[in-house]
Write a protein that binds this ligand. Sequence first.
Ligand SMILES: [Zn+2]
Length: 433
Amino acid sequence: MDENLQRVFDQINEEDTLSLAKQLIAIPSPPGGEGPVGVFMAEWMKESGLSGRLQEIGPERYNAIGRISGVNPAEGKSLMYNGHLDTSQGGLDPHDEYLVYGELSNHKSWQPVPYMEDGRLYGAGSSNCKGNVATFMIAAKAIKDSGIELNNDLILAGVAAETGKAEIDQYQGPRYRGHGIGTQQLLNSGVTSDYAVVVESSRMLVNWSLPGVLYLKLTVKGHPAYIPYIDNARHPIYKALPIIDAIREWGEQYTKDNVYTYSGTDGKPRGEIRPNVNVGSIRAGAPPKPNYQPAVLNMYVDIRTSPARLPQDVEREFRAFVRGLDPEIEVVTYRSQTGSAPEATFVEDLTNHIEDSYRTVYQTDPIPLHWEQHSRWHDVIIYHEHGIPCVKCGPGPGPEGSDYTRRSLSPEELVKAAKMYAAAALSICQVAE
Ligand SMILES: [Zn+2]
């Protein structure tokens, strides 16, 4: 192994990596409450010689930014590692949390308390994305502590507001404002790089094609009536039943029709996106008043979109379909983000560096990523919008295992991720002479 790389690897150990991941997990950071964990991360980077600082993106919401400045920026490329500090858990009131997650909302693996079970690290955000963030922090500190200088900049970004809530109805304010506004602020304010890696779980395999997202609210109109006067033909809940069924059927066909596959520069298949459709919430009437036929029923639908289509194109198709079911249904769009699938050549150099570091650390060839790991929205897309080659690559379990184990990371995964990030940084930013 390269002598410089060995010097950096000698600085990476399981104890420090696991300890940092636990410290991040132990600071609660539901959407809208990322302040304290951002402060911790910025302080840690400052103390580690990584120029930590904060960037406010809203009340008590920060991006934490660190940097190793290159000494010869004409050489090599600058590289940014990006991981989100908000956890998908929390941010709703407890009643809504229970309606969405059931018993899981009270489970210990969703609390900001780290614990080990069967040799794996659990706690809110363990594999999404706090453990992942800890690994690139450790990688950068190891480079710094090794005394090696880089030609070009290595930038670290712990961002707020990545997870997928969106404001609608009475759900307004920072708790519901997410899906990438932290990274947008980061890039819009000039914290950019030549290359970027978003460290979402992928078993350290690489992908660069992601679906877009539409959130739509449908209002089925009925007629309010006290119980002696109920009229089933104008009852919005009964009117909604065949509509829900029709959306399910439409969605099943839509997913099949919109599967997106892509290849690497060698022409070999790299992955597949299956854009799903989900009726995620239904609201009508009020629980203390079942004696009333409600006036309206609201339905909230998530439609993932192929990167080959604009969300507004899918929206038009869906609106026409809904109109065919009942012209009186109102449709309001409250999230619309385009997917991204750049040509393989756009990310080829970055991908080669990352996959070479995979071979160095794992001593085997990387394989294509499973479709489940492709069919999600991540901040990768925002980098592409800014013309920055970016891939997703982070520690975390694959499709095998249970929903429970997927919320955890093993110490071995954490250490290997830290080593991979260090190796990729050395080869992309280049070691200074
Ligand atoms: Zn995530």
